[in-house]
Design a protein around this ligand. Structure first.
Ligand code: SF4
Length: 464
């Protein structure tokens, strides 16, 4: 049997010490536990007093006037005794009488202020004022964690599970109902990824539009600022975080609820990519009802038309199912008409295939296998016609391209993607050999290219 060895024990330098003062209710106590756990996991020493502490965290309460006074006094005392103070907890979220942050108004010299449930933000503040001790077990792991994608793009998962019960899907039975990640954690991860050189962030979940529903759009904290746990705020903050790095933010699995309309102006402004991956699965209301799809009552044609009005360059990607149980010829024709009319830029289609445990397996009138496949092929022919037309309309345009491959130092051209192409699922931009040496035709760099032709689902372009 071996004893556990703390990271600090393996390092010759004494571990930095954090004093911790916790006030308030049991919820504040759990916040304190989370912060203390994280501090210990990272190798900091913690203590309940200021003695010898390199920095002090005061976890406050703001419930009643007495608690506010007690918290403000505790901050004042910590500042007087130690000088380096980080404030967290409910009082940190309170406004002063004239607006602004109450704690900052009363104690302007505190190092950082966060609200409750803000372990991540508190740890960020600790790291910037008292660097983490060296940890021989994990210091070889990059700050953004281990990623399986190429260095220049990364997926950012914002929630797990799903509140819907689509009849062809068993994900909710495996992963449970929607659980949104705290917005501070999501934004913190995004920031680390951009810092690590990620140029394209792909936001994923089972239902991105529903982000925050489970926590009633709770206000979280990022960088000491309150931020609501909801799609619009998330997208705006991600766009703002990406901007200084010139990075792209791309949204996947967005269901066409009315509130998604609010996100489109952010695309028109250029804050996030004008690209929406909307898994529609079908167009006909009766099929959507049998599928029990979210937003099945929405008028998707009108919604997409409205998006195009607000942001003409928007690219809509979607996936569909052909041959769902009970799908009549008329319902399938409706689907083909929809893809043409909605001018879906990028459409994928699966022939319906039963999944063990899915409710749809019990639906009457299954479509024969061969017909399902025949419909899928017909669908893809129509989708390709629409997509090719749209791609051809780009000939002559100059586009920004993120380079994925560039052999021979880019001298022979390469392969990249424009804003209209998500990795793995959409087409690519085939880059011809540049006429003069290009400094930007390198993997993970943005380059500019003039579109000269199309090739199936791909564009062909000349670097400029
Ligand atoms: S297909 Fe339906 S039930 Fe399955 S994860 Fe997506 S929205 Fe949820």
């Amino acid at each position: 049997m071996s004893d556990a060895i703390s990271p600090a024990a393996l390092s010759s330098a004494p571990a930095p010490k954090v004093g911790f003062v916790s006030l308030g209710c049991p919820k504040a106590l759990t916040d304190a536990e989370l912060i203390l756990t994280q501090l210990s996991a990272e190798g900091y020493q913690t203590s309940k007093s200021y003695d010898g502490a390199d920095l002090v965290i005061v976890n406050t309460c703001g419930f009643i006037d007495d608690a506010v006074k007690e918290s403000l006094d505790a901050i004042g005392e910590a500042l007087a005794e130690n000088g380096k103070v980080i404030v967290t907890g409910c009082l940190g979220a309170r406004e002063g009488d004239q607006g602004g942050n109450l704690v900052r108004q009363m104690h302007p010299s505190v190092l950082a202020v966060t609200g409750p449930h803000a372990t991540h933000e508190v740890m960020e503040a600790v790291h910037s004022h008292l660097p983490k001790p060296h940890d021989p077990f994990v210091d070889l792991v990059p700050p953004q964690g281990i990623k399986l994608t190429p260095r220049h793009y990364a997926y950012l998962k914002i929630s797990e599970g799903c509140n819907h019960r689509c009849t062809f899907c068993i994900i909710p039975s495996m992963r449970g109902d929607l659980v949104s990640r705290p917005i501070g954690d999501v934004l913190g991860e995004a920031h680390k990824l951009f810092e690590a050189g990620v140029k394209e962030l792909l936001v994923v979940s089972q239902d991105t539009s529903a982000y925050g529903v489970d926590v009633k759009y709770r206000t979280g904290f990022w960088n000491g600022q309150p931020v609501k746990t909801r799609l619009l705020d998330l997208v705006r903050r991600l766009g703002e975080l990406a901007r200084p790095y010139g990075a792209w933010v791309r949204l996947h699995y967005v269901y066409p609820y009315p509130h998604v309309d609010e996100v489109i102006p952010l695309m028109a402004e250029g804050l996030v990519l004008p690209y929406l991956d909307v898994p529609l699965q079908h167009s006909h209301p009766d099929v959507l009802r049998r599928m029990k799809r979210p937003a099945s009552g929405e008028k998707n044609l009108e919604r997409i038309a409205r998006w195009r009005e607000l942001c003409p360059e928007i690219v809509v990607r979607s996936t569909f199912i052909a041959g769902f149980p009970g799908e009549s010829d008329a319902e399938f024709e409706d689907l083909l008409a929809f893809v043409r009319e909605a001018r879906i830029d990028r459409a994928g289609c699966f022939a319906y295939s039963p999944v063990t445990g899915a409710a749809a397996n019990g639906l009457p009138d299954p479509v024969p296998d061969a017909l399902r496949e025949e419909r899928r092929v017909r669908f893809m022919a129509v989708a390709e016609e629409v997509s090719t037309q749209k791609l051809r309309s780009r000939i002559g345009a100059d586009m920004q391209v993120l380079v994925d491959h560039a052999p021979a130092l880019g001298r022979k051209g390469g392969v990249g993607r424009s804003y209209a192409d998500a990795p793995e699922i959409d087409g690519v931009v085939r880059l011809l050999a540049p006429q003069k040496i290009s400094k930007t035709l390198k993997v993970g760099e943005f380059t500019r290219a003039r579109i000269v032709d199309t090739d199936g689902h791909d564009l062909v372009a000349l670097p400029i």
